[in-house]
Design a protein around this ligand. Structure first.
Ligand SMILES: NC(=O)c1ccc[n+]([C@@H]2O[C@H](COP(=O)([O-])OP(=O)(O)OC[C@H]3O[C@@H](n4cnc5c(N)ncnc54)[C@H](OP(=O)(O)O)[C@@H]3O)[C@@H](O)[C@H]2O)c1
Length: 254
């Protein structure tokens, strides 16, 4: 899928990985629809007539339904479901309201928006849905019960949907996103480190990651796996789950 001249919609695009995706799509010559909770005063020095901002709260089904009334959405070729929230720590310490909100944004809202966008994407000559999961969608580490459950849901939803869409013009790309240096990554230590050694986690920049993701889009890949040590971790978790659990729990202290 050539990104130039396509229309790319990105949720949660006001900061972090989503903002880097928007910039990279724009750099490659796409039209960019940046969906975010609050568009008031939001601007970037690279903005031009190819960029449009629309308000969307992925935590609210009403907001998703309202968002869908924008006629420009009929022109979208690539939907990037990126918005996300992080929960973590042992389950007893996680706030129930945070868990509901995270599931709504990371999984239920993602499914809702995808369902409503699908009939529009099916009208395009070629289309793609890109779902931002995580290494947590495969590597089920301690302290991540709820986040890992939602991100595993994103992996499963994407694999199943890919099969539903076989023979159509719509492809599905699952991102098994590694550590990326954003505000969310900075939330890991305060949330997890009471019980888990997170000192060895590594990151790449959102800009470098967005280059990788758009290469995967252009190559029509189905899954984008991490590289390096995280690739090894994903492999062990997939093929040797008991060994993975043993190694992971060695870094955990109740
Ligand atoms: N960073 C990592 O290491 C990492 C690793 C694996 C996967 N991921 C995934 O990558 C995605 C982006 O994360 P990030 O690292 O860029 O985190 P981030 O800097 O915290 O950005 C999160 C984005 O999601 C948006 N968001 C949160 N709640 C929302 C809601 N109710 N409605 C609409 N947007 C909402 C935020 O908007 P507001 O500014 O309005 O809050 C923000 O734009 C997430 O799905 C995350 O799970 C990240």
């Amino acid at each position: 899928m050539i990104v130039q001249d396509k229309c790319v919609l990105i949720t949660g695009s006001n900061r972090g990985i989503g903002l880097a995706f928007a910039k990279q799509a724009h750099r490659l010559g796409a039209r960019v629809i940046m969906a975010m909770r609050n568009t008031d005063g939001f601007t970037q020095d690279w903005f031009d007539e190819r960029v449009q901002l629309i308000e969307l709260d992925m935590g609210s089904s009403e907001s998703i339904e309202r968002f869908m009334q924008n006629s420009v959405l009929a022109e979208v070729d690539i939907l990037i479901n990126n918005a996300g929230q992080l929960t973590g720590g042992i389950l007893e310490d996680q706030k129930v309201t945070d868990i509901y909100s995270m599931f709504q944004v990371n999984l239920v809202g993602l499914i809702h928006l995808t369902k409503l966008m699908l009939p529009l994407l099916e009208q395009r000559p070629k289309a793609m849905i890109v779902n931002n999961s995580s290494v947590s969608g495969i590597m089920h580490l301690p302290c991540t019960t709820t986040y890992t459950a939602a991100k595993t849901g994103v992996v499963a939803f994407s694999s199943s949907l890919r099969q539903d869409l076989k023979g159509t013009n719509v492809k599905v790309l699952t991102l098994i996103t590694p550590g990326v240096k954003t505000r969310m990554f900075d939330e890991i230590a305060p949330k997890y480190s009471k019980h888990m050694d997170v000192s060895s986690l590594s990151t790449i920049s959102p800009e470098d990651y967005s280059v990788r993701v758009f290469k995967a889009i252009e190559k029509n890949q189905s899954v984008l796996l991490p590289t390096g040590a995280e690739r090894v971790g994903v492999f062990v978790a997939q093929h040797f789950p008991q060994l993975f659990e043993k190694l992971a729990s060695a870094r955990f202290k109740r």
